[in-house]
Design a protein around this ligand. Structure first.
Ligand code: BJ8
Length: 447
């Protein structure tokens, strides 16, 4: 099935029909479970229709991102396979500590792997414990159920010793893919930790050189750093635009753009995002927003939301609120710091390592910088409340929810703690809690 058809009720043209058959052939060659895959695309198509395409007053620049989603397992995979025949290598990742610029500098294509849907859980539980977070179950499940063309296209998958769940799951993931390479991330950010991480980034550079057959050069690094920095700048621009009241774009759309940033071509993505931001600039100038002034503005902070996890944003925005930022890895943590200038390959590796170490992930101890980030973001984005989001069984973020609550109380910011997974079973309860929280924010605005 051609995925674009899912989002459009019109009849297929003959050209599209031929393309659909090509995709099926491609998915078959990649070893996907065609029947299950078709079912997944149909479910996602319905969800996209009701969550995304039903939104009112969307910027026209979102059409590009709708198209990218419609082709997430289609045209983008065609592009990756073409890149491989052109001599490039596909490198899958799961964490923003893995420096994207290093992959690009060695002629790789960096791809964030599928982990945002509740699929293949039964299969996954043959390899990992039941009480594992949905994100880990998701990546195991996508692979084991034969649903992820990205894993199948990848030449190497880079893991990291972040939380206990991930680092143990990578042992099993390697067993079923044979492609996993693990970086050792320290638990603390002192000098010893920094030295270890610089060493690990150098070790990754050597591994990537071995896989790609390319040499790391200053010129390659500069070019790659520029590409990734431009993408980060465009994402920063989008983030700043969400600070305006009324917000010119929904939280759902902004989340989607952040999710797409992990697998789209980075140069094309940056161009399209800047075009969208031009449109949002014009909206801000003329006071056009997606929700009226007075709509409760919420910052979400916590575990990452991989595509197609839109559950909490949808709940907030279908309950009369608007999400104005994500203190999360699919969000601000991913683009907040740029890669600084460098003049040698060695210096580039050090700066790359130091830049990614500046990410305030709950896997580190202590991690007080994250609390400062939540306060700073909620002020900059004019949020009226913070929702702390942790996936069930995500120990690092569940623990930090207590600290975040204290930090929010100290700054007088209403706070709601949510613990959930990818299933729809708790949607009713979730909605009730979110609606009650939004009422508090409205009352605060009236007081
Ligand atoms: S830098 S947040 S992307 S590690 S949700 S698997 S933490 S139990 S994903 Fe992460 Fe890198 Fe940190 Fe960001 Fe474990 Fe929690 Fe599951 Fe998680």
């Amino acid at each position: 099935m051609h995925e674009a058809d899912i989002y459009s009720p019109r009849r297929k043209t003959s050209e599209e029909g031929a393309m659909a058959e090509n995709y099926t052939e491609m998915w078959g060659k990649l070893g996907l479970n065609l029947e299950a895959h078709e079912g997944l695309l149909a479910v996602l198509g319905d969800a996209y229709q009701s969550i995304y395409l039903s939104q009112k007053n969307r910027p026209t620049g979102m059409q590009y991102f709708d198209f990218v989603v419609s082709e997430v397992h289609g045209q983008r995979i065609v592009e990756l396979l073409k890149a491989k025949t052109d001599g490039k290598h596909i490198i899958g990742t799961f964490c923003i500590y893995v420096p994207e610029e290093l992959i690009l500098a060695l002629d790789g294509v960096a791809i964030g792997l599928c982990a945002g849907a509740d699929v293949g859980a039964e299969e996954a539980e043959k390899y990992i414990p039941r009480n594992t977070c949905a994100l880990i179950k998701g990546f195991m499940g996508f692979k084991l159920a034969g649903l992820c063309p990205y894993v199948e296209s990848a030449d190497l998958i880079v893991g990291e010793t972040t939380c206990d769940g991930k680092k143990k799951a990578y042992e099993m993931f390697d067993k079923v893919t044979g492609k996993v390479y693990v970086m050792e991330l320290p638990n603390k950010k002192g000098e010893d930790g920094r030295m270890l991480w610089r060493h690990e980034v150098k070790r990754l550079a050597d591994k990537l050189s071995e896989v790609t057959g390319r040499e790391l050069t200053l010129e390659g690094l500069r070019k790659a750093a520029n590409v990734v920095n431009e993408k980060r700048k465009a994402l920063q621009r989008l983030s700043r635009l969400r600070s305006f009241v009324p917000s010119p774009i929904s939280g759902l759309d902004a989340l989607l753009i952040n999710q797409i940033s992990f697998y789209d071509d980075p140069i094309r993505f940056t161009t399209k995002l800047n075009e969208l931001c031009d449109e949002l600039d014009a909206r801000v100038t003329s006071g056009v927003g997606v929700a009226p002034k007075g709509t409760p503005r919420v910052l979400i902070s916590g575990s990452p939301m991989a595509i197609p996890n839109w559950k909490l944003h949808y709940t907030v925005e279908s309950s009369g609120g608007i999400v104005v930022g994500e203190e999360a890895c699919v969000g601000e943590r991913n683009f907040k710091d740029l890669m600084p200038a460098f003049s040698t390959v060695e210096e580039a590796i050090e700066k790359m390592a130091d830049r990614s170490m500046s990410v305030n992930c709950a896997c580190f101890t202590p991690n007080d910088g994250r609390m400062d980030d939540i306060v700073a973001m909620s002020n900059a984005l004019h949020a009226k409340g913070v929702i702390h989001y942790a996936l069930q069984f995500c120990t690092p973020y569940l623990y930090e929810a207590y600290k975040a609550k204290d930090a929010m109380e100290a700054s007088g910011m209403p706070f709601l703690k949510i613990e959930t997974d990818y299933s729809m079973e708790d949607m009713g309860q979730l909605k009730t809690r979110v609606e009650a929280f939004l009422e508090i924010l409205k009352d605060g605005a009236r007081a």
